[in-house]
Design a protein around this ligand. Structure first.
Ligand SMILES: Nc1nc2c(ncn2[C@@H]2O[C@H](COP(=O)(O)OP(=O)(O)OP(=O)(O)O)[C@@H](O)[C@H]2O)c(=O)[nH]1
Length: 391
């Protein structure tokens, strides 16, 4: 089969339109994925570029300027989609500036046509600039937990770059310029490679989206929606891991269980929205307190919060708990024009040998006593030096 430019243009059009349509439809289903519509637009623009360039064998002004302008625009869209996906704050103005520069270069080429070799080399250089930029964002600006799918996509851009270097090497080889057949074959190879790359790129982007979706869902399942803190499930998992690591080293760990006092009365007197505001106010206060490295703060239940302090002994934990209690008592919550007094009771447990679950139930027993003894106070199990004496 002879793959002339027209045939390749039709193939590019079919592949491009299919991918663009898939991404557009995916964007309608997967809401909350901001990169998706940008990539869909990128693929549509790339398809339009294939249409403008591939179906116009005479290489008129339309194919030269509009086609390469569209290719530059599609690269800018792909790049912006990647930046949005990895949450790298890249401003639209920089890729768009590059599109403008490349468009001017193309216009100059139309007005004063350079040697074919020179034009092809500039075309390759333009692709390499986009490739390097995208590879840099994918590998250097992506979060660690998205890195493997980003690395896959970066490999495609590396292959694209390698192709252009290879193509340039062939073109620069002595005597190549005069071989018309070779030049035509290179253009065809360029098209075919572009089609394969576009397909692989769509696979790379799909993998990146799948990984982001999985991570987002996993994070949502472990986060409390109202306060943004880790939820009970997350803190049990992470707390267990942290306490076990300390136990293995023979170190003490402590946990604090904090429960807001009279919270039902706050809801009953001021309404549920006021209750929510009090919870958020409490979390803001807690976040403002400097906790030791490795400490975990989580929402354990309705108005109950758990602090895990690995490698912190009971005496230090009691001091930390007293600091939290007094700060909360000193700062009422603001709800509209009303100031709502807030206090918390705290149960503390700290021991070297206990498992996480045993520490939490000891802290729970201490909390129960704090409530019984009048609330707004810190209680612990056992002596202050070894807050759980029954370990
Ligand atoms: N506004 C609001 N209320 C909540 C939320 N989660 C739990 N609650 C309420 O918190 C209240 C807890 O009441 P109780 O367990 O009786 O505790 P309390 O009134 O604080 O009493 P003590 O703990 O003994 O001081 C219940 O009325 C729950 O409906 C929430 O996310 N928002």
């Amino acid at each position: 089969m002879h793959l002339d430019l027209f045939t390749l243009g039709i193939m590019g059009l079919a592949v491009g339109a299919t991918i663009s349509l898939s991404f557009t439809l995916l964007g309608m289903v997967l809401r909350g994925m901001p990169a998706l519509p940008i990539w869909a637009a990128g693929f549509w623009v790339l398809t339009a570029a294939a249409l403008a360039q591939g179906l116009d064998e005479k290489q008129s002004l339309l194919s030269a300027v509009v086609g390469s302008g569209l290719i530059a625009l599609s690269n800018a869209l792909m790049l912006m989609g990647i930046a949005v996906h990895v949450r790298y704050p890249l401003r639209w103005r920089w890729p768009m500036l590059l599109v403008g520069v490349f468009l001017v270069i193309q216009l100059v080429f139309v007005l004063e046509p350079p040697a074919q070799l020179y034009e092809a080399l500039v075309f390759g250089a333009k692709s390499v600039v986009w490739d390097v930029w995208m590879i840099w964002v994918l590998l250097r600006r992506s979060p660690r937990d998205l890195r493997n799918t980003c690395a896959f996509t970066a490999t495609i851009f590396c292959a694209d770059m390698a192709f252009y270097f290879l193509r340039s090497a062939v073109m620069l080889a002595p005597g190549t310029e005069s071989q018309v057949l070779l030049a035509t074959q290179l253009v065809s190879a360029n098209y075919l490679f572009g089609i394969v790359c576009t397909f692989l790129l769509s696979t790379g982007f799909t993998l990146m989206l799948a990984q982001r979706l999985t991570l987002d869902l996993r994070s949502m399942a472990r986060t409390d929606g109202m306060t943004g803190l880790p939820n009970r499930r997350a803190v049990i998992e992470e707390g267990r891991r942290a306490v076990d690591a300390c136990r293995a080293r023979g170190e003490t760990s402590s946990v604090l269980l904090l429960d807001l006092d009279g919270f039902k009365a706050i809801n009953d007197s001021w309404g549920h929205a006021a209750g929510d505001e009090v919870l958020q106010h409490f979390v803001r206060l807690m976040r403002g307190i400097h906790l030791p490295d490795g400490a975990l703060l989580a929402r354990y239940g309705g108005e109950e919060f758990l602090v895990v302090l690995p490698a912190i002994d009971a005496a230090q934990a009691i001091v930390a708990a007293e600091d939290m209690r007094s700060r909360v008592a000193a700062m009422p919550a603001q709800f509209g024009t009303h100031r709502i007094p807030v206090t918390t009771s705290v149960g503390v447990a700290g021991a070297a040998g206990l498992e996480f679950e045993a520490l939490v139930s000891a802290a729970d027993a201490a909390l129960y006593r704090a409530k019984k003894l009048g609330r707004n106070r810190v209680e612990w199990e056992g002596s202050r030096d070894e807050a759980v004496s029954f370990a």
